[in-house]
Design a protein around this ligand. Structure first.
Ligand code: SF4
Length: 332
């Protein structure tokens, strides 16, 4: 594994221990040991990142697959992920990368950006740091995102939002869009199912939406975070930030340690109806059969038509709805 001196940590002045300041866990790590995420290690009283540039998954995906529905609809993006995670969601849908030890291969920031420039010819927007938590190779994402911007490429983060404010602020100037997981709107779910806390994720969403394009995803796990009351609270809070904030409600499938059956279609439909009372753009993912077209909130005209990952812009002209002239809330 490629190891580099980590950013954001400090000495604890006892037995060569260090404290990692990258995420809200604030792991205090003894010499020779790793943090909760398994990818940051105390070696000789200094903190190292163990997976710098170690790519565990790479593909060219539709940007809708991130999911981002209001950011250059219909375009592709080179997507990369590494190993490790700072949350421990029992239902993890990417557990082999997040919690396993899959094979990886090294690419320097320069090499990865060169590949992203090559595939720009095929309509790719830039780079998406996704599949697992991008904070897990924070130093690599920061170095690569800076270089990518110099080449005119876009940078996208698909993240659990569990990061401290200082490293986030350092990275944000290079990030053009984010999909942030809001795993539930109850503290108990975060604590018992994910080993995290809700408040830092809310702070991340608040901070990021002021500086970049943000969409939010909630994976609905039956009986744990999909009650009508919780969906109403979640949507109300998002709408208090901005009623045009895009919400993706995703279907859970049994994975990793969870054996609950998939989210019932009726729960997804009910959650969407509730969320739509507060938010202008609510989509349902990980399942077919739902109308995921983007409609003008003023007149209902279809702005973007979607059939799976096939996307066409049908009802927009010069940033306005072609039927009623309302301003449309997406980047293209
Ligand atoms: S990034 Fe990893 S080592 Fe650092 S505080 Fe979070 S879980 Fe602990």
């Amino acid at each position: 594994m490629a190891r580099r001196k980590a950013l954001f940590w400090h000495e604890r002045n006892r037995d060569n221990r260090v404290q990692c300041d990258l995420c809200p866990h604030g792991c205090r790590i003894k010499e020779g040991e790793v943090g909760l995420c398994r990818v940051r290690k105390n070696e000789g009283g200094e903190l190292y990142t163990l997976n710098y540039g170690e790519i565990g998954a790479i593909a060219i995906d539709p940007v809708e697959k991130k999911p981002l529905y209001h950011f250059f609809p219909g375009r592709n993006i080179l997507s990369v992920g590494t190993t490790g995670c700072n949350l421990a969601c029992g239902f993890c849908q990417n557990y082999s990368l997040a919690h396993g030890t899959p094979p990886t291969s090294y690419a320097s920031p320069k090499q990865l950006v060169a590949t992203a420039v090559e595939v720009r010819e095929q309509g790719s927007l830039g780079l998406a740091y996704t599949y697992s938590e991008p904070g897990m190779w924070y130093e690599y994402v920061l170095d690569t995102a800076r270089l990518a911007h110099c080449q005119g490429l876009k940078n996208v983060l698909v993240t659990n939002g569990y990061i401290e404010e200082e490293p986030l602020r350092e990275l944000l100037p290079y990030i053009d869009a984010m999909n942030i997981d809001l795993k539930a709107f109850n503290e108990s779910f975060y604590r018992h199912t994910c080993r995290g806390r809700l408040a830092p994720v809310m702070r991340t969403i608040e901070l990021c939406r002021e500086q970049t394009h943000v969409e939010v995803t909630t994976l609905l796990v039956p009986g744990l975070n999909d009650s009508p009351g919780e969906i109403e609270k979640l949507a109300t809070w998002l709408a208090s930030l901005d009623p045009n904030l895009v919400l993706h409600l995703s279907r859970y499938h049994p994975a990793y340690r969870f054996r609950l059956p998939p989210t019932p279609v009726e729960s997804l439909a009910a959650a969407r109806e509730i969320a739509r009372r507060f938010l202008n753009y609510v989509y349902v993912g990980n399942i077919g059969g739902f109308d995921n077209n983007t409609r003008c909130p003023s007149c209902g005209n279809v702005l973007i038509r979607r059939d799976g990952y096939l996307t066409s812009i049908t009802g927009e002209k010069d940033g306005h709805c072609s039927a009623c002239g309302a301003v449309v809330a997406y980047k293209a």
